[in-house]
Design a protein around this ligand. Sequence first.
Ligand code: MN
Length: 221
Amino acid sequence: MTFYLLFIFVLLALVSSLAIASDPSPLHNFCVATKKSQLLVNGLTCKDPDNVNPEDFFFAGLDKSGNRRNYPWSNMTIVNAHIIPGLHTLGISIARLDFAPNGGLNPPHTHPRATEVLAVMQGSLYVGFVTTAPNFKLVATILNKGDVFVFPEGLVHFQYNIGRTPAIAYAYLSSQNPDVVPVAKTVFGSNQPISDDVLENTFHLNMETVERLEDLFWSSN
Ligand code: MN
């Protein structure tokens, strides 16, 4: 009897951990986010469905290039539930990525809540992700116009323009708010800084190099 109780407990724990692994499936067609209501769903309030309009589901401007003049010479224009209130509870968002010629970089990063599907519209990108322990296998390739690549949820990945022209890609992310954890910025540019001792010992670096990296990443992305 105790065994069966334990089995059910483990099963429930598994199911609940699966349920929070990605955005929850909505129990309604949509929940357009609004501040004019008291009913909270996933932390935001919902507009009366009778009062929704096309603007709640609309965004204009993804045809425009983002600023790619500064480090890391790329730009991500994310259109999430904060931008389109109608995306709230629907578990999806879209982004446009612009890369400067010859080295525009989307540095290694993860999305804690989303798988990313990337479609290249222009240019050539060297892209990849790394699997987790114990193999840490690099899965990387070169993408050209029209190519699509998948970056599984939570894994560290990057995109790098190896072409002589600007590159443009669209990313589709399986969360209304995929969030981003840039590896270098998170480790060397945190607010407040992680102890130099921790960073020196983690990366086998001397103090001067750690402080130089902290200076570099303090203000950058
Ligand atoms: Mn990404």
